[in-house]
Design a binder for this molecule. Structure first.
Ligand code: BGC
Length: 415
């Protein structure tokens, strides 16, 4: 055999053996680094590995995902996109418009009949021009209030059902030297509290006009000023060290009885669960005062990557994510409820069941609304403009009238 031919045979053999060796592979960029979050993603990692996959973990710490999104941008710009990224609503479309996503998993979605097991609204978020480019893991509710029952009993206050009741309870707690509201002063946490207050104080129609339609008159109007009035009160209910605190440390304050309440999405429940705490006994949950439901769907969007092993990895990941058992086990740890509608909730606690019930009711009466603070309602530029004002107001003496005016202006400038 001539040397050249031999070399070709050796190369070809090498290719065959490496092709035979390669299996499904993913590199997943996400921000699930707090205790409950890490426990939840471990369910996915273990599932993936047990199906012969190779998982490369790329966690970027930072609640709400701002730091992870910055890391993602840098990776994509340098031509080194991860296989999958934890992503939300409209940003899936934004990345699709950049040409960064693949609809390769659509074949899996078709053969597994995802359309039949997902609410249409969630399925639509996951599609790029009609084909699946992302797979949803859950539905998180944002408008929750978490409480320590022992602290409430000590102060003789109940779980509030109106904002007036909340203020009365908080005033009482404060007068007893107890921190009413555990909060971390990070922009996304301010935004989380703000949207729950807006939903309750303004009502569902107001929320939709302001944060879905971005109606200038609603953004700057009298009701928005009332929302900021309540935010000013909230500012008075946090402790002196709130600035910069991570959300999970705020949850720990409620857990340990250092504070009475926290307003946070139900990933906070993941923290309680991870610490072995039981809903209804060690901690309480209730929707923040109002009649709506703010939803936030975590999903994994698939990026354009080269190599059969990575494409196999995306397909396997998508298939596992939508598995019925996975959706149960993952969400028990994460604090959310399954995105699939056909997963029995009998092993879930009363908070999760309340979430599923309220989601069902509000989807019929216009109260099921996308969370602006968690990237479900609008594009990043507009959401950022709103959050800038919310944070500025929370950390200054800005009047409610000025804040409402700045909100409308900020949104206008970001368009
Ligand atoms: C995500 C959650 C996450 C939370 C805190 C939210 O935006 O949807 O999955 O646990 O941020 O990091």
């Amino acid at each position: 055999m001539k040397l050249k031919t031999l070399a070709a045979v050796v190369v070809a053999a090498g290719m065959i053996s490496s092709a035979a060796k390669a299996g499904p592979e993913v590199e997943v960029l996400h921000w699930w680094t707090a205790g409950g979050e890490a426990a939840a993603i471990k369910v996915l990692v273990d599932d993936f590995k047990s199906h012969g996959g190779k998982w490369t973990d790329m966690p970027v710490a930072g609640g709400g995902g701002d730091a992870a999104r910055t890391a993602l941008k840098a990776r994509v710009l340098s031509g080194n996109a991860p296989t999958a990224f934890q992503m939300k609503g409209p940003s899936i479309q934004e990345w699709h418009e950049e040409g960064a996503l693949t609809v390769g998993i659509d074949a899996v979605a078709k053969s597994e009949n995802w359309d039949a097991s997902l609410p249409a609204a969630i399925a639509n978020h996951m599609k790029c021009e009609g084909k699946y480019c992302a797979a949803p893991v859950n539905v998180h509710r944002i408008d929750w209030i978490w409480a320590n029952p022992k602290v409430l009993a000590k102060a003789g206050v109940a779980m509030p059902t109106t904002w007036d009741e909340f203020n009365a309870a908080a005033d009482k707690l404060k007068s007893m030297g107890i921190t009413p509201l555990a909060h971390g002063g990070q922009a996304w946490q301010d935004a989380t509290v703000f949207e729950a207050v807006a939903l309750g104080v303004g009502g569902n129609a107001f929320y939709k006009k302001a944060f879905v339609d971005l109606d200038p008159a609603t953004l700057s109007g009298a009701t928005m000023q009332k929302v900021f009035d309540q935010m000013r009160k909230m500012r008075g209910y946090v402790d002196a060290n709130f600035s910069g605190r991570d959300w999970n440390l705020a949850t720990t304050m409620v857990m340990n009885g250092e504070a009475a309440f926290q307003i946070m999405g139900d990933w906070a429940k993941g923290e309680f669960t991870n610490a072995g705490k039981v809903a209804g006994k060690d901690y309480l949950c209730a929707p923040t005062p109002g009649n709506g439901y703010l939803y936030n769907v975590d999903s994994f969007a698939m990026f354009n990557v080269k190599g059969a092993d990575k494409i196999d990895g995306q397909n396997l990941l998508a298939k596992l994510i939508m598995g019925k058992n996975f959706q149960k086990v993952f969400n028990l740890a994460k604090g959310s409820i399954p995105a699939r509608v056909d997963v029995p909730l009998n092993e879930f606690d009363y908070c999760a069941r309340r979430s599923a019930y309220d989601m069902d009711v509000t989807s019929g009466n216009g109260g099921l609304l996308p969370s602006y603070a968690h990237g479900m309602a609008m594009r990043n530029a507009q959401a950022g403009a709103i959050t800038d004002v919310v944070t500025k107001h929370f950390n200054s003496n800005m009047s409610s009238a000025d804040a409402a005016k700045a909100l409308a202006q900020g949104v206008k400038n970001s368009m």
